[in-house]
Design a protein around this ligand. Structure first.
Ligand SMILES: CSC[C@@H](O)[C@@H](O)C(=O)COP(=O)(O)O
Length: 364
C-alpha cells in the first residue's frame, strides 16, 4: 500500500549485502516517524515481534517465517531449527498465525537435506508473504459485496466501525478488516471509518488512522468508549474487525475491547437499526483444533507499562513518554478478548462470507 505515494509491503528480504537481512516497517515509531528497520538475526526478529515493531496476526506469521530463514544463517540442523521454532512460537501466544507459519516452515525444511534448507527457507517465507497478499485481496473482494449491498440499500455514505489495526500494517499488504474498505473506496463507494483508538497501545489512533490517511479514506478517530453510543445513535452501519484466532465454532479472539463492540452491535437490534458485526480473517487465522475460544485461547498478558505510560509528540516536535498513573498503582493488561460466535454476524474469508455455523464447510 501507499506511504507518501510510494508502494510498500510491511516486510521484505534484502539480499543486497554480504549477509541477507529482513526489512520491516518499525510500527513502534508510527505515526510520527516512518522508519525501516533491518533485522539480521533470529534474536532480533523475536525482539521485533515481542516489542511489536511488527504486529497483527498475519504479519506476525510472516515475520516468524522470516525468523526461521534468518536462523538458517546460523545452522540448518534439525535441532537448531526446532529450537528456533519454539522460541518464535513463545514470543506472542494468542495469534495462531505465528504457530501456523512456523510449523509450515519446519515441514517444508526438515524433509530436505541440510544443504538445501537455507535457500528453501527464504523461498518458503516469501511464498507465505505472497499468499498473505492474495488472501487479503480475496477478503477485500468478498467484503466489498457486503459494503456494496449496504450502499445499494441506503444510497449514502456507509459508516464502518473498526477496532485496533487490521489494515495493511497488520498483514504483508492490504489488511483483513480494512481490505473491504479499501476495495469499496477504490470502487468509488463513499465509506467513512470510525476508528476506535484502542488503548492501551493505540493501534487504531496511531496505525489505522495513519494508513487510512495515506490512502485517502475518510475516517474519524473515537475513544474506545464511544463505539456503543454511536451504534445506539444509528451512526454505524457495520462493524468490521480482524482476528488473532477464530475457533472452529466461530468464536472470534481479537484485540481487547472487541467483545464490547460486538455486544453493543448485538443490542442495536433492539433499537431497530441492526448493526452487523463481521470479522475478516484469512484461513491461517482459523484454529480448527478448538471450539470454545473463551475456555481454550491463551490471552496474552502484556507489560503494565503499556497502560501506565503513554507516548506521543510534544508541541516542540520531540517524541516523549509520560506516566499517567499514581505511583505504585496495580495494573492488569490482558491484550485480547473473545467474542462468542452468537454475537458474530459473519466471518469474511478468502473463500467468501460464512456465518459462524457455516464456517466448518470451509474445510471441505
Ligand atoms: C489483521 S490483524 C488482526 C488482529 O491481529 C488485530 O486486530 C489485532 O488484534 C492486533 O493486535 P496486536 O496486539 O496489535 O498485534
Amino acid at each position: 500500500m501507499l506511504v507518501n505515494h510510494e508502494q510498500y509491503r510491511t516486510i521484505w528480504p534484502n539480499f543486497e549485502h554480504a549477509q541477507p537481512c529482513v526489512e520491516i516497517i518499525d510500527q513502534t515509531k508510527l505515526p510520527h516517524v516512518f522508519e525501516v528497520a533491518s533485522l539480521t538475526t533470529l534474536a532480533q526478529m523475536i525482539v521485533a515481534i515481542k516489542t511489536m515493531q511488527v504486529r497483527g496476526a498475519p504479519l506476525i506469521g510472516a515475520a516468524a517465517a522470516y525468523g526461521i530463514a534468518l536462523s538458517t544463517l546460523d545452522s540448518c540442523a534439525d535441532r537448531h531449527l526446532q529450537q528456533s521454532a519454539e522460541q518464535l512460537i513463545a514470543s506472542r501466544p494468542t495469534a495462531v498465525n505465528l504457530r501456523w507459519a512456523v510449523q509450515r516452515m519446519l515441514s517444508a525444511l526438515l524433509r530436505l537435506p541440510d544443504a538445501q534448507r537455507q535457500s528453501a527457507a527464504w523461498a518458503e517465507a516469501a511464498l507465505i508473504c505472497d499468499e498473505d497478499v492474495q488472501l487479503n485481496q480475496a477478503i477485500g473482494k468478498h467484503g466489498l459485496t457486503l459494503i456494496h449491498a449496504q450502499h445499494q440499500q441506503k444510497a449514502r455514505t456507509i459508516n464502518i466501525l473498526t477496532h485496533c489495526n487490521a489494515g495493511w500494517l497488520a498483514t504483508v499488504d492490504f489488511g483483513t478488516a480494512l481490505a473491504p474498505i479499501y476495495a469499496a473506496h477504490n470502487a468509488g463507494i463513499h465509506v467513512h471509518v470510525w476508528v476506535g483508538e484502542t488503548r492501551p497501545r493505540n493501534q487504531g489512533a496511531s496505525l489505522t488512522a495513519w494508513e487510512l490517511g495515506q490512502h485517502g479514506v475518510p475516517h474519524t478517530v473515537i475513544s474506545d468508549n464511544a463505539g456503543g453510543h454511536l451504534m445506539q445513535q444509528g451512526q454505524v452501519d457495520m462493524v468490521i474487525v480482524g482476528a488473532d484466532r477464530v475457533t472452529a465454532a466461530g468464536d472470534v479472539c481479537n484485540k481487547i475491547g472487541t467483545y464490547l463492540k460486538a455486544l453493543a452491535a448485538f443490542d442495536s437490534v433492539a433499537l431497530g437499526h441492526h448493526v452487523p458485526f463481521y470479522a475478516a480473517v484469512p484461513s491461517p487465522t482459523i484454529d480448527w483444533n478448538i471450539e470454545d475460544g473463551v475456555k481454550s485461547i491463551e490471552i496474552e498478558e502484556r507489560d503494565a507499562e503499556e497502560l501506565s505510560w503513554m507516548s506521543g509528540k510534544l508541541s516542540d516536535g520531540t517524541i516523549a513518554s509520560v506516566n499517567i498513573l499514581p505511583h505504585g498503582t496495580q495494573v492488569a493488561n490482558p491484550a485480547f478478548d473473545v467474542t462468542p460466535a452468537r454475537l458474530v454476524t459473519g466471518i469474511i474469508t478468502e473463500r467468501g462470507v460464512f456465518t459462524p455455523q457455516q464456517l466448518r464447510t470451509m474445510q471441505r
